[in-house]
Design a protein around this ligand. Sequence first.
Ligand code: 4AD
Ligand code: MG
Length: 468
Amino acid sequence: METITRSKIVDVLKSTAFGSTVNVKGWVRTRRGSKQVNFIALNDGSTINNIQIVVDIEKLGEEFLKPITTGACISVNGTLVESQGKGQSAEIQAKEIEIYGSADPATYPLQKKGHSLEFLREIAHLRPRTNTFGAVFRIRHHMAIAIHQFFHERGFFYFHTPIITGSDCEGAGQMFQVTTMNLYDLKKNEEGSIDYKEDFFGKQASLTVSGQLEGELAAMALGAIYTFGPTFRAENSNTPRHLAEFWMIEPEVAFNEIEENMQLAEDFIKYCIQWALDNCKEDIEFLNNMFDKELIERLEFVLKQNFIRLTYTEGIRILEDAVAKGRQFEFPIFWGADLASEHERYLVEEHFKCPVILTDYPKEIKSFYMKQNDDGKTVRAMDVLFPKIGEIIGGSQREEDYDKLARWAQEMGVPTKDIWWYLDTRRFGTAPHSGFGLGFERLLLFVTGMANIRDVIPFPRTPNNAEF
Ligand code: 4AD
Ligand code: MG
């Protein structure tokens, strides 16, 4: 076959160089047609749209074309022509085809149209080849770029925090342990506990639940930083919104108080949503039509809203009022209770009909590092609550006072000997500062309109599931 520089289908579809010879390579979505002429819909992942390859059967031979079935990979040299069909502007009149790899129709799992999302999760190695997951993963890429762009434009530095850690930042004890010890032959010391001095790091180590603590160290030097990396939580919650391995973006800013932290969070989310609408139009339109007819409307709606800001205490009052008027919730509501997703979504979807930033939570239900308010009961926490999602961001102003921080950590049972370095920032040039964490997959749930978090990450890790 003649060697011609490969073009991406996204570019060929936009080209008007009719009459020129082009090469495209990709995977066959369908082949249909008559005894004389066949039409191959070819996709190379560069766009959700396929290019149509028109094949003169007599020229290439019926036998030759046989392995060109759904899922096969081919390279095509042909003439770019103006499309007769509606929709597409360009198609290719095939001159030569090379078959890179066939896909036996008897065993290729993506034969029939309209597979369920549940079935596609079982073939996560092939699901990127569907329109839906091609769209989702292209959007995922664009959101990552948007995030870096947002912070870079504002002078934040991308800071890499460790994946393996010796401290439990959120204090929730949901960590995956990292060890090279032989689990079949675990040596215990006299007290009956494991001697981690024998382990790789000479101490107990785990996968991080958050890069925040190290992020704070960086903010106390570089001023404004963000992390963007994988985080791990062994919480046994099999919900459409929880993963055991998820990606988190955590900005941390010296001298910001909670009001500035809230504004940063609101600006950040809106920037990402606007970016998606500007850069992922075709993919979002596809998802809107396939899964969620209100998706685009909801994205545009959120951009127009000023997020409602209220305290946890005010939120509880609204929820108690709702209960008094007969609204039923699965979990009880009272001051001091941790809000469940149903409560968060009531405030956002039914009461305010707008994203909400809830602040000043009871200190007992939040992490040890949050700045304590003068009332002695609440901390300067902030959660951003979103329609369809519930909590999308969690953050706070940080406690910068050494004594208060150390005392509260102790009372909450946080092993302070593991975080002496964190406490040191409060001893040496401490400063007010704030930050938050955005769950990347929760953002993607919102932007794609997908209903299950397993469908916005390529290879989800959840309880009893680490395939691929
Ligand atoms: O509220 P979280 O636990 O906050 C922190 O980890 C802080 N260290 C953040 C900070 O202040 N720097 O988690 C932050 C966000 C949540 O709002 C949610 O969007 C997401 O991370 N998240 C999860 N996403 C998917 N699966 C899980 N299991 C998640 N747990 C939290
Ligand atoms: Mg949280």
